[in-house]
Each structure stands twice: as C-alpha cells, then as structure tokens.
Design a protein around this ligand. Sequence first.
Ligand SMILES: [Zn+2]
Length: 55
Amino acid sequence: MPIADPVLREIAKNALLKVKICMKCYARNPPSAVKCRRCGSKRLRWKKMKMSAKK
Ligand SMILES: [Zn+2]
C-alpha cells in the first residue's frame, strides 16, 4: 500500500532504517538502545535496507 503523503513516507522510511538488530538473537531494538532488550547483548548493528522504490 503506497503512502501518498511524502512526509509520512519519509517518516516510515526512517523508521525502517533506524532499527538496531541484535547479532546474537536478531531481535529488533530501538535506535537508542545500547544493548539488546531481549538477550542483553551489546552486539547491535544497524539494519541496512536498500530502498528500491522510486516514487
Ligand atoms: Zn539479543
């Protein structure tokens, strides 16, 4: 379902990009997380998503 509003679309895109993934249990964590909320591991990495959508 496409999002018509460009502002909302930008927010949605940023929300998808700004997620930290635990390298141990692969749980999603908020961008402000220092350690995994599930297992407590500090091995978090930014989730990288390639946006192929072109308007
Ligand atoms: Zn974890």
